[in-house]
Ligand binder design. Sequence first.
Ligand code: NAI
Length: 255
Amino acid sequence: MKLLENHIAVVTGAASGIGRAIAAGYAREGAQVALLDIDARAAEAAAQEIREAGGLAESFHLDVRRREDCVAVARRVAEQVGRVSILVNNAGINRRNAFAGDGAAVIKDWEDIIAINLDGVFNVTHAFLEPLRASQGRIVNIASIQSFVHVRTPNSPAYTTSKHGVLGFTRALAAELGKYGVRVNAIGPGLIETPLNAQARANNPDLVRIFMDHTPLGRPGKPEDIVGPAIFLASDLSSYVTGSIVMADGGYRAI
Ligand code: NAI
């Protein structure tokens, strides 16, 4: 028996990086997966890859900033795929402008990052609440070590704020939705090699060194490193776990 058989999982930001790996991992564990992303072509390519590997996957275009679109896509997923029992709020962006730097850039970063990383999580979760309640579902939010700290590498205060917010939202929903049997948890990845930080890693070799000096496992993570915790939190393996954050950070937060 696979761990996620008979589940329907929605993963946002599933066209790339961590979300793409989680979608593929869920499909390997028997879930039917709906891949949502603003990049429709890449989401379809990811879904195609899952289908070619024998899994069940469909892609849907979604900009998580647009609340009405989230409601519309929830309706389409219900019609075309079925009743969602797992939601992974993964879509996110980062920029690394300092607060005291260029004012226009700082304001734009704040607006864009909060709109996607925080409002987006609210929008999608609210849109899928009904099926998640009806199925005693599981919500997995992708937080960060920046749900606790502001890292010493160049990084936007908006990102840190958004990820603190994601953890707060996780705890608030866990408290409220427990009575319906809905579990809500987060994952806190450390530095994971994805397109999100490819430019920063290339332009700033110190960035990886600064992270690794603080990482007991001594290596950056790969998207695959987040898949195990994501399966754990979505499956019955975590049946008494809610309101928690599983750190998958090579030990960064522990020291
Ligand atoms: P990525 O850039 O590889 O993937 C992000 C995906 O989100 C892309 O497919 C992108 O098209 C999609 N997306 C962006 N804006 C969107 C929108 N408005 N609506 C729908 N989809 C949108 O990034 P990565 O690294 O896989 O990040 C995934 C999550 O993990 C993010 O929430 C990020 O903050 C978080 N995270 C990443 C870490 C890392 O080191 N890579 C560390 C900690 C957390």
